[in-house]
Design a protein around this ligand. Structure first.
Ligand code: ATP
Length: 621
């Protein structure tokens, strides 16, 4: 009998038998299951189980996720399980995995140059290079700014040996040239990290042996959102390096097709004989009414059921007479009513499909009513792991203040609810960033922890509305962030501190603005359907359910056109993702039309997705 900790034992006991089978299965697993079915929970239990019982203390586990936020979330959930995993879990996005664990780790062995300081192209530089390639192949009139997604698809098809006839041959020539140029300039971009990592794994047996020695197990989350190259990499790691794979996903939640992701790869993995394909059909999150409505919106009945005894939940169709201002007013009314029913603010989310007049109306109304809300401005704060680290530090500082100022009665509940990253986790990330920047190790771990504590948990905590700029400056000085930025290979990181500082100054950002992206106690959340993926809330409010907003036209070569069948299906799945975030209450706001940004009234009526959903719902609902 294998020894497992009490914590893991009690977690295993709480799991559904199929979840438990997935955790304990000795070989490869594909866990294909719907929203709220406990995929993430099972994945975390699997990681804990492997680290405790199957993987020796000298070896580790790699876990690949789609976003940095998901990587952080999973890492912290594993550590919260009490697993002793110092340095044994590598939990990162696919790009970070390829860069750090393959390209850099094996550069001396493969004799391929390791991407060094500033050699990872950011989005702008990549676009400039693509435009240069368009000019060289004679299609200077094609604007790179509108064709990067297509170029990525072509590069992926090239790397996977997939058919190229579907693409414009001149753009294929430009994509080939782009790859050559990257190599000639000794630069790399995010896409090339994966394709080069794949080539290295395929071509270098010693690399495969060492990867297997280090990571006998690989876990991949959100498999449906990964493209062909990553799928090939996973297959190569399994078939050639003998690494055991645990893949998790849901084809119905595939929402990144515009980047070349395709749920068919998850299906392909599940159909392999050497993988155990396990379904989960209980939804632990949502009430049955919400599940039924979401499946009606999807147009396919999956027959999923709520857990026994859970409340049915409510799905309310909320008509308004006017345009988007009326949507925003009603969204705020519903928010306030939910709070009056004692739903905690952080358990309420207002979700929107994309920026535009709907978001403007919501921001205006929430501010006018002085509702405390967290607006995830994912497009404004700079990307990159360093920027994200700063945001997580801000989240820690903000939560610390909230706990400090809570009354004695509120405090125990606050402490339980607080989701801020622990200091040790931030110290871990900081050490990784330093290593990636090839800085000498810090004098001691304690020194780093003390520096972090001084900035994040000072005796008199920073108030939520403390100006972010001086706080950021202090963080930069004490943690030597500028030295990291200067020699970090990722160009996003090189530029991010300057950008953050400028934003803090020009937009007068407060500390709480920097903490965006993290749950902040006491605020309702305003975010996109895409960013809400993987999360859950008691009450979800979806305003703006109008034709033109969802579904909407798509940009192509600087113009807008109606979505094709595939794009429409993806928009429908995005809507499904938004619906399935709700645990108990779902509010769907719609009206006769809306004013566009230029003031033109679009009388296109409620969203077809909503109408179809209504038609498919049983009469009683
Ligand atoms: N066996 C279980 N018993 C009780 N609650 C569970 C069980 N499994 C999962 N849950 C709870 O159900 C909720 C959804 O779980 P989780 O986030 O892991 O689902 P998911 O499949 O990853 O969802 P999504 O695909 O929508 O992101 C969580 O609150 C989780 O704690």
């Amino acid at each position: 009998m294998l020894q497992v900790s009490d914590a893991l034992l009690s977690e295993l006991e709480e799991l559904h038998p199929t979840q438990r089978t997935a955790v304990l299965h000795p070989g490869n697993v594909v866990l294909r299951a719907g929203p709220g079915s406990g995929k993430t929970r099972t994945l975390v239990a699997r990681a804990a189980y492997l680290l405790e019982t199957r993987i020796s203390a000298f070896r580790g586990l790699a876990c690949i996720t789609y976003t940095n936020a998901a990587a952080d979330e999973i890492r912290s959930r594993i550590l919260k399980r009490g697993v002793r995993a110092d340095g044994r879990i590598t939990c990162s996005t696919v790009h970070a995995f390829c860069l750090n664990e393959i390209l850099r780790a094996f550069a001396p062995l493969t004799k391929e140059p390791a991407p060094g300081a500033g050699q990872v192209l950011g989005d702008t530089d990549a676009e400039i290079l693509l435009q240069h390639c368009f000019d060289r192949v004679g299609i200077a009139e094609t604007l790179a700014q509108f064709r990067t997604a297509e170029a990525t698809k072509i590069r992926r098809a090239l790397a996977c040996g997939e058919p190229l006839e579907v693409f414009d041959p001149r753009e294929v020539a430009a994509a080939r040239l782009y790859e050559e140029q990257l190599t000639a300039r000794n630069e790399i971009d995010f896409e090339a990290m994966v394709t080069r990592a794949l080539r290295i794994v395929r071509e270098h047996e010693p690399v495969r042996d060492l990867l297997h020695a280090r990571f006998p197990h690989l876990i991949v989350d959100e498999y449906q959102d990964l493209g062909g190259v990553l799928h090939e990499l996973v297959v190569a790691l399994h078939d050639l390096a003998d690494i055991t794979v645990f893949a998790v996903g849901d084809t119905d939640q595939s929402v990144y097709g515009f980047t070349g992701a395709d749920a068919k790869y998850l299906t392909a993995l599940a159909e392999r004989e050497d993988f155990r394909d396990l379904p989960l059909d209980v939804n632990y999150r949502s009430g049955q009414r919400i599940i039924t409505a979401a499946e009606a919106a999807l147009g396919t009945s999956r027959g999923r059921r709520a857990r026994d005894g859970s409340p049915a939940g409510s799905v309310t169709f909320e008509p308004v007479e006017g345009g988007l201002d009326a949507h925003a007013q009603l969204a705020c009314d519903l928010t306030q009513q939910a709070q009056q029913r004692h739903v905690r603010p952080e358990q309420i989310a207002i979700l929107y499909p994309q920026r535009g007049p709907l978001l403007d109306a919501l921001l205006g109304e929430l501010s006018r009513r002085e509702i405390d809300f967290l607006y995830e401005r994912d497009d404004k704060l700079p990307a990159g792991t360093l920027s994200r680290f700063v945001q997580r530090c801000a989240s820690r500082a903000v939560t610390n203040y909230q706990i400090h100022t809570a009354t004695a009665d509120e405090r125990p509940d606050m402490l339980r609810r607080a989701e801020a990253p622990p200091l040790a986790q931030l110290e871990n990330t900081l050490t990784t960033l330093r290593t990636e920047a090839q800085l000498p190790p810090p004098a001691s771990r304690m020194a780093l922890l003390r520096a972090l504590q001084a900035c994040l948990d000072p005796q008199t905590p920073y108030p939520l509305d403390a100006p972010a700029h001086p706080w950021l400056q202090q963080l930069r000085d004490r943690l030597e962030l500028d030295a990291i930025a200067e020699s970090h290979p990722d160009k996003d990181n090189t530029a991010s501190l300057g950008k953050l500082a400028r934003l803090c100054q020009t937009k007068s950002l407060a500390l709480q603005d920097l903490a965006q992206g993290e749950e902040v106690i006491g605020k309702i959340l305003l975010t996109t359907y895409h960013s809400a993926k993987g999360r859950e809330f008691d009450t979800v409010i979806l305003p703006g359910l109008q034709n033109g907003i969802i579904p909407r036209n798509v940009p192509e070569r600087g113009r807008w056109r109606a979505p094709n069948g595939k794009e429409l299906a993806e928009q429908r799945r995005t809507f499904y993702v938004a619906l399935t975030r709700a645990e108990r209450a779902l509010h769907l706001i719609y009206g006769p039309g809306y004013h566009t940004k230029s003031g033109y009234w679009r009388p296109d009526g409620p969203s077809d997705f909503l109408i179809e959903m209504d038609r498919r719902l049983p009469a009683a609902d």
